[in-house]
Design a protein around this ligand. Structure first.
Ligand code: MG
Length: 158
């Protein structure tokens, strides 16, 4: 059996915060605002794997109203979420992601991001891909005020 999952997230970018993608810190004068560490890519991936397994979403599993998730490491949240997916007998076939922001460029960090996601999702890096896009200067993302991430995954159960 196979199941597809889709996740999406957006965070504001503000000075004084770290810019994290799958736990990898990118050099930037601003970073993601959030109750957790704000890791927009980790959040999109969590929703993709949970959605594919049909077992909820990030807001249900880790409510932002719960103080225990304040400044949480989102890659730890991904490990917890994927643990629930694995409990249902699923494993990841592949994951494909798009991150949209005006800066910084993702390419210098891409292999580290793939490796981090591969480790969390227990697959080889070649099962993970991440693309960086810009918004061509348009809208809040184009103005550098936000970053958006989308993730699509395929889960398999034998
Ligand atoms: Mg989020």
């Amino acid at each position: 059996m196979i199941r597809i999952g889709l996740g999406r997230d957006l965070h504001r970018l503000v000075p004084g915060r770290r810019f994290l993608l799958a736990g990898v810190e990118l050099e930037s004068d601003r970073g993601e605002l959030g109750h957790s560490d704000g890791d927009v890519l980790a959040h999109a991936v969590i929703d993709a794997v949970l959605g594919a397994a049909g077992i909820g979403d990030i807001g249900a599993l880790f409510p932002p109203s719960d103080p225990q998730w304040k400044d949480a490491d989102s890659m730890e949240l991904l490990t917890v979420a994927f643990g629930k997916v694995k409990e249902q007998g699923w494993h990841l076939s592949n994951l494909d992601c798009v991150v949209t922001c005006e800066s910084p460029k993702l390419i210098p960090y891409r292999e580290r991001i793939r490796a981090a996601l591969a480790a969390a999702l227990e697959v080889d890096s070649d099962a993970i891909f991440v693309k960086g896009k810009t918004a061509e200067g348009l809208g809040p993302i184009g103005e550098g005020a936000a970053v958006d991430a989308e993730a699509v995954c395929l889960l398999e159960k034998l």
